[in-house]
Write a protein that binds this ligand. Sequence first.
Ligand code: ZN
Ligand code: MN
Length: 486
Amino acid sequence: MTNYIIDIGMEVHLELATRSKMFCGCAVVDPTTAKPNSAVCPVCCGLPGTLPVINKNAVALAMRAALALDCQIAHTSIFARKNYFYPDLPKGYQISQYEQPLAVNGSLMIHTCQGDKVIRVHRTHLEEDTGKLTHVEGEDGSYSLVDLNRAGVPLLEIVSEPDIHSIDEAVAYGKELRLLMRTIGVTSGDMEKGTMRFEANLSMRAEGCQELGTRVEVKNLNSFRAMEQALIYQVEQQRKTLEQGKKVTQQTLGWDESLGKTTSQRSKENANDYRYFPEPDLPPLIVEDSWVAEIRDSMPEMPEEKRARYRDTYGLQAEDVERLTEEPSYADFFEACIAAAPKLTPQRIINWMLTDLLAWLHQNSKTMADLPISHKAFTDLIELVENSTINQNTGKDVLGEMLSTGQSAGEIIEERDLLQISDHTLIEEMIEAVLEENPDEVQSYFTRKETIMHWLFGQVMRKAKGKANPQLVKEVLKEKLDQRRH
Ligand code: ZN
Ligand code: MN
């Protein structure tokens, strides 16, 4: 049996987080709430006689992305017309960049269980988005609706080299790129809303063969799960085709989540089908070195730097670092906690955050922005557990209550009378009572130590309504039992 090498190149389109469109003053609106065709003008509707004007902020964001990817930014880049007809593209062409893109030759480091790896970025260019079609099944047959709110929204296209050789690497590349782009604030990266769209160019070749195989392009990868499933499916298809001695057909495929398979969208056109030529209505885009330097100086801490800082400054485990940095809002919350409660160890904060807080977010499909409590309220709770005002288990209940009501830990503890019992005499009394009530168990303690100890501990905690200091109960209980032995 032949071994095959998988070669994947990723093409990513992301909508830049500008307020207005790429070539006109129309607002960029939320597709889920805006009325169709409410943010349009003659320019983005493609009416004859209109002229495009370049959005400076879109260029700045694109440069930011290019610098984060270590690309070389071209002093001069050229906009070009990519000609094709489609009902969501009223001009009959998309303004893009072709022969002279904004930036080239970048790279992105990814992490998989196989280790770290650098994926080269071939190019990064600016273009405009198309409108959106909605296909409707009506009573008299099917028809399509056109919404041009999205037409002309600034897009950044990032094309990698085919350096990705496994499905794990493809997903890691997608996640790392999304994290990086969100960290530097160039896009919301919302895949469900189509703000960030991934396409994989996949081909396979027999081991030892130098030349890349025929590629298929897989679109509609709206989540990393979809990406993984689509690629697993397509790798299997290509392997079968090649093993049967057949040729792979170059084509564009869409991933159909409900069918669990890819479906053919069109046989793939080549670049020369688009009849690219320089856009005559726009001047060359010239970027001065001073502008590049200015943007370079404004860059925030990169995910890689943050990970290293968390490891070195706080001594965190790789796994905790990974979870804390996978989402910029987690890292922000963590740092706010550290600043608010310098007495708590970072590890203590992380334990509470990663287990209880994030679990609550996931269970309720919420994000950090929806959190009903402040980082200060959160660290206040942890401090109450640390200084033994309440015990760990009560603390977890209180946090749950805080998250559902938005109340502070102090309020909840007072309302529900949850203060931890650390009074030695009181605990001793409760233990004595439990031991009196359970003479048989006390007898068998001397033969089945661990189990009985555990059981008696439970009885005492029950008597204390869960509020006793568990450490103290354990100590005193052991003392009392050992006394009884003599
Ligand atoms: Zn417009
Ligand atoms: Mn494109």
